[in-house]
Design a protein around this ligand. Structure first.
Ligand code: C2O
Ligand code: CU
Length: 546
């Protein structure tokens, strides 16, 4: 196994999109940021140097940092931020994951521009579980605001109102052909007829879930969130913020002097409730064949994407993913469960002094898990836990909803205002955990719930209120997909299972960033086990001070 060293300099860099120029935070001046390449089994060491003007942290999304939460990154959860002028060296040992993951800032809305791919090839001496593709390419879906993203966040938090939607959706930072001042920079992918390509697809958007397709081309999903899946043939991919997908594409379009040589790669958001304001722009890139013929000058072909509120297509696509689960890629789905949790992910309202906020009913938007709206503490939870500092959090995060309503029909229950508190859930080492996430009818989207520190199996999902008697009978306990982010359906539920074998402090949150700033998050603390290799490592010497 190898060790890869990187230096990530976070700094402001001028950037122009949609005819507007602004300073954005970048890593090494690049947007999207640099790609980290490694093999399974390798170690990656990143020295993060903050030359920007604000506090930041970086996170390695989907890497199960065994016994080492210190390098995980979420601000005020596992570390205090890296201040301007300071640096912090983060280390990850890639033990479990293989495929596409990504890294991103984990402070405020910095992730909008501070993100990049993390590509993990098969372990030395092993190969892909599919024929080696001719070449590979990475596409990152994202969002662009003409305004400074942290101003957008600040304004929303001050007024209590919704966050202003983005001005464009993007592929590798570019809005594409249909947005103003963008056409010359549309991303182009060059292919040769008859060859197969591996697309590494990442959703780095702050809010938007995307439908994605390539005109006239079939897609075969072979991996998600850094684990292989059974080959899944589809014409369309649905991908939530935080998720990644490995997709094979065969360049099978016949080429001669009268056929088109350019095809749109396109993505547009899914919004479950079109009463709210959102950014519906289609973002595009171009798949272009290299041919010896004189190319016809027609515009690229575009295939239609599903309707913006097509929840059925979302459910069908998400329900089709299964783990590869072959003899070289065994899986280990917990069959018996020690800890059952039923967690309602909902949007709420918090009341404002004199009803003076600009959110609904003169209050401010909030979000919660089991009606607990997470309050971010001043000291990181990891250091409070490690050094036994009292008064930072309580350990009574509820296993069940505090009150039941008809989750999938009622509108906002105004009689249940939520409270902001810091409650965490403690887990014994080696406990098996099942969480049923219940989505509600409140708000426009799915909640892509993401767990740090360990991936989980998505054993079931369905629409409506979860039925304790019937729904578990539908669980897939044989080859469920292994993911780090599960899109909890609007008006539906999703069930995950994992075994808590990674001692440390692990954030769990919706990957829609504004929902995190409203409180849709909590923390799991997995206690040390008995043996020496079941204990958390000590902190590195250069931990940023609180
Ligand atoms: Cu992709 Cu907590 O993050
Ligand atoms: Cu959410």
């Amino acid at each position: 196994a190898e060790t890869h060293h990187h230096t990530f300099i976070v700094k402001e860099t001028p950037c122009t999109r949609l005819c507007h120029t602004k300073n954005i935070l970048t890593v090494n001046g690049q947007f999207p940021g640099p790609t980290i390449y490694a093999r399974k089994g390798d170690t990656v060491i990143v020295n993060v140097i903050n030359q920007g003007k604000k506090n930041i942290t970086l996170h390695w999304h989907g890497v199960d940092l065994l016994r080492n939460p210190w390098s995980d990154g979420p601000e005020q959860i596992t570390q205090c931020p890296i201040q301007p002028g300071a640096n912090f060296t983060q280390q990850m040992h890639l033990i479990y994951e293989e495929g596409t993951l990504w890294w991103h800032a984990h402070s405020d809305f910095d992730l909008a521009t501070v993100h990049g791919p993390l590509i993990i090839y098969p372990k030395q001496g092993t190969v892909y579980p599919f024929n080696k593709p001719h070449k590979e390419f990475t596409l990152i879906l994202g969002e662009w605001w003409n305004k400074d993203v942290n101003k957008v966040l600040e304004e929303a938090l001050q007024s209590g109102a919704e966050v202003q939607p983005s001005d464009a959706n993007t592929i590798n930072g570019q809005p594409g052909d249909f947005l103003p001042c963008s056409k010359n920079n549309t991303v182009k992918v060059h292919v040769e007829q008859g060859k197969t390509y591996l697309l590494r697809l990442i959703n780095a958007a702050l809010s938007n879930e995307f439908f994605f397709n390539i005109a006239n081309h079939h897609l075969t999903v072979v991996g998600t969130d850094g684990s292989y899946t059974k080959p899944y043939a589809t014409d369309l991919v649905f991908i939530s913020p935080g998720q990644t997908m490995d997709v094979l594409i065969k360049a099978n379009q016949h080429q001669n002097s009268s056929t088109p040589s350019r095809y749109y790669i396109a993505a547009r958001p899914y919004i479950g409730n079109i009463l709210v304001s959102y950014d519906a722009n289609i973002t595009t890139a171009i798949l272009e064949y290299e041919t010896n013929y004189t190319k016809i000058s027609a515009p690229p072909l575009l295939s239609p994407l599903p309707a913006i509120n097509d929840s059925d297509t979302v459910a069908i696509f998400s329900g089709g993913l299964r783990s590869l689960a072959d003899k070289n890629h065994p899986i280990d789905v917990p069959q018996t469960i020690n800890e059952h949790m039923y967690i309602v992910a909902s949007l709420n309202i918090i009341s404002c002094h004199n009803n003076s906020c600009k959110g609904p009913l003169g209050g401010r938007f909030a979000a919660s898990l089991n009606n607990v709206s997470f309050e971010t503490p001043q000291i990181s939870i990891l250091s409070a836990y490690y050094y036994s500092i009292p008064g930072v959090y309580t350990t009574d995060f509820p296993d069940n909803p505090s009150h039941y309503f008809n989750f999938t029909e009622d509108s906002n229950p105004t009689n249940y205002l939520t409270k902001k508190v810091t409650k965490v859930k403690m887990l014994n080492y080696n406990t098996t955990v099942e969480i049923v996430f219940q989505g509600t009818n409140i708000g426009p989207e799915n909640h892509p719930m993401h767990l740090h520190g360990q991936s989980f199996y998505v054993v079931g999902r369905g629409s409506g209120n979860f039925d304790k008697k019937k729904d578990p009978l539908t669980y897939n306990l044989v080859d469920p997909p292994k993911e780090n982010t599960v899109a909890v359906p609007k008006n539906g539920w999703a069930t995950i299972r994992f075994r808590a074998v990674n001692p440390g402090v692990w954030y769990m949150h919706c990957h829609v960033d504004r929902h995190v700033s409203w409180g849709m998050n909590t923390v799991f603390i997995t206690k040390n086990g008995k043996s020496a290799d079941a204990k958390m490592l000590p902190p590195p010497n250069d931990m940023p001070p609180c």
